[in-house]
Design a protein around this ligand. Structure first.
Ligand code: S6P
Ligand code: ZN
Length: 184
C-alpha cells in the first residue's frame, strides 16, 4: 500500500451500479495479469491476461476499502483467483461483501485449517485475523467484491506465494469443485 493521503469521503451507498463512482474516487489501482501470477496456477497462464483489478480507497481514519473486480475464466481447469495473502498485522480481520457475480473465498489458518465459502450477490463473509484469504471467480461474469480492512492490515504475500493454499478450485462437469492442491 502506498502512502498517499487518505481521501475524505461523503456518506455514500455502494451498489453494483455505483462501481464507477468508487473507481473514480480511488487512491490506488492494482492490475494483476498472468505475468504477476506465474506459478500460482497449476498450468501456465497467458502473461498479458488481466485476471483481476483492485481499486483502493484509503479512509480518513481506521479503515481502508478495496474493490476487487475479477474477470471470469479459467487457467486450465482452475478458475481465476487472486494471489491471496495473510495480513501482516496479527489482529487484522476483514469483511467481504459481494456486489455482483459468484465467487468463492478460500481461507486457511496458520495452523493449516481450511474453509471455503460460496458468495453470491448481496452476501458477505467475515475473514478472521490470522487466516489467509483468496478469492475465486466461479461464475461466468465479473465477480465484484468490496473489502473493508484495518489500515494497518498490510499484506504478507510471501507465505502463499511459496506454499500455496491446501486446496484449489476447479471446474468439474461445469460446476466448481474444491479439491486438494496437488502442489501443496
Ligand atoms: C485486502 C483485501 C483485498 C485484496 C484483493 C486482491 O486486505 O483482502 O482488497 O487485496 O482482493 O487480492 P490480493 O491477494 O491480490 O491482495
Ligand atoms: Zn486481506
Amino acid at each position: 500500500m502506498n502512502m498517499a493521503e487518505p481521501s475524505i469521503l461523503d456518506p455514500f451507498r455502494l451498489r453494483k451500479e455505483d462501481v464507477n463512482t468508487f473507481i473514480s474516487n480511488s487512491d490506488n489501482h492494482i492490475i494483476r495479469k498472468g505475468k504477476d501470477m506465474k506459478g500460482f496456477f497449476q498450468n501456465d497462464v497467458e502473461l498479458d491476461l488481466v485476471i483481476y483489478e483492485v481499486h483502493e480507497i484509503y479512509g480518513p481514519h481506521s479503515t481502508d476499502m478495496g474493490l476487487t473486480i475479477m474477470k471470469p475464466g479459467k487457467v486450465g481447469r482452475e478458475y481465476h483467483m487472486t494471489k491471496g495473502h495473510f495480513h501482516e498485522s496479527a489482529s487484522a480481520d476483514e469483511y467481504y461483501f459481494c456486489l455482483a457475480g459468484k465467487g468463492m473465498i478460500i481461507m486457511q489458518s496458520a495452523k493449516g485449517e481450511i474453509r471455503h465459502l460460496l458468495l453470491n450477490e448481496g452476501e458477505g463473509v467475515y475473514v478472521p485475523s490470522g487466516w489467509a484469504h483468496r478469492t475465486v471467480n466461479v461464475g461466468n461474469k465479473d465477480f465484484i467484491l468490496l473489502a473493508i480492512f484495518p489500515k494497518d492490515a498490510g499484506h504478507d504475500y510471501g507465505t502463499i506465494e511459496d506454499e500455496g493454499f491446501g486446496v484449489i478450485v476447479v471446474e468439474v462437469d461445469g460446476q466448481p469443485e474444491v479439491i486438494d492442491n496437488p502442489s501443496f
